[in-house]
Design a protein around this ligand. Structure first.
Ligand code: PGA
Length: 228
C-alpha cells in the first residue's frame, strides 16, 4: 500500500499466455519493467489446454489467449487479430497458385501441433467441415520447430500469421480458400478476481501498446514473402 502511494509499484505479475503471444509479450514486458523496475514477473507460455488448467487452479493474474474457454468465466477483451494461415516451403507446388480449393490439401503431408493446441483445434475443425484429410507426418509442440520442419521439407502446416514475424525466407503462405481462419487474441482474468494494482496497470499498458500493432503484413513476390 505504501509503495502504491509512492507510485512505485512492487510485487509479482503472473501471466499465463498461449504460445503465439511470445512474438510480442516478452518485448512488452521489457518496456513495462523499465517503467516499474520493482516488479517481478512470472510468465507461463503454454497451449490452450494447459492454460485452461491454470485458470481452473487460479494460478495467474492475467491470461492472453485466442480461444475463450466455455466453462470458465473470464472478463476478457479482444485486442489484436490472430489469423491462422497455411504455411509451406517456398518451392511447394501449390506456392504459385491462387485461390487454391481447400480440398486440394487432401493427402498433403502435414505437420500438426500437439493435442491441446488451439491452432490444431481450429485447423482440424475447418478441415472436418470441408471433409479434408491431411496426412499428418509429424506432431510437434512448438511453432518454431514446425517452421523448421516445413523448411526441412516435411510438409505444410497451419500456424498463426504472427509466427512469421521472425520468418525464415524459405517459407511462404499458401492462398487457400477459407483461410485465414479469423481469430483474435484476448486478454482476460477470472470473474470475481480482485486484480492487483500491477495486473491492472499491465492490462491497460497491454491494450494501449498493442493498439497500432496489427498483424505482420506480407505480400508475395513470386514465391517470396516480403514484409510490407
Ligand atoms: P495454441 O494457441 O498454442 O494453443 O495452439 C496458439 C494460437 O491460438 O495462436
Amino acid at each position: 500500500k505504501i509503495a502504491d502511494l509512492k507510485g512505485t509499484k512492487q510485487g509479482t505479475l503472473r501471466l499465463g499466455v498461449i504460445t503465439t503471444t511470445k512474438y510480442f509479450v516478452p518485448r512488452l514486458l521489457g518496456e513495462f519493467c523499465e517503467h516499474y523496475p520493482g516488479i517481478d514477473i512470472s510468465l507461463q507460455v503454454t497451449n490452450h489446454q494447459q492454460l485452461h488448467q491454470r485458470m481452473l487452479n487460479n494460478e495467474d493474474d492475467l491470461y492472453i489467449l485466442s480461444q475463450l474457454p466455455e466453462d470458465v468465466e473470464l472478463h476478457s477483451e479482444a485486442f489484436l487479430e490472430n489469423p491462422l494461415v497455411v504455411i509451406a516451403r517456398k518451392d511447394h507446388p501449390l506456392a504459385k497458385k491462387s485461390r487454391i480449393p481447400i480440398t486440394d490439401l487432401n493427402g498433403e503431408p502435414f505437420i500438426m501441433r500437439e493435442t491441446g493446441s488451439g491452432t490444431r483445434h481450429a485447423a482440424l475443425k475447418l478441415f472436418n467441415q470441408h471433409k479434408v484429410s491431411v496426412k499428418v507426418r509429424l506432431e510437434l509442440g512448438s511453432n518454431e520447430a514446425i517452421k523448421q520442419a516445413i523448411a526441412g521439407g516435411l510438409g505444410i502446416s497451419v500456424l498463426s500469421k504472427h509466427t512469421l514475424s521472425c520468418a525464415s525466407n524459405e517459407l511462404t503462405i499458401l492462398d487457400v480458400d477459407h483461410f485465414p481462419i479469423e481469430r483474435w487474441w484476448y486478454v482476460g482474468y477470472l470473474s470475481g478476481k480482485q486484480l492487483s494494482v500491477i495486473a491492472r496497470t499491465f492490462l491497460q499498458f497491454l491494450i494501449e501498446e498493442t493498439k497500432d500493432m496489427g498483424v505482420p503484413n506480407f505480400s508475395r513476390n513470386g514465391n517470396n514473402l516480403i514484409a510490407v
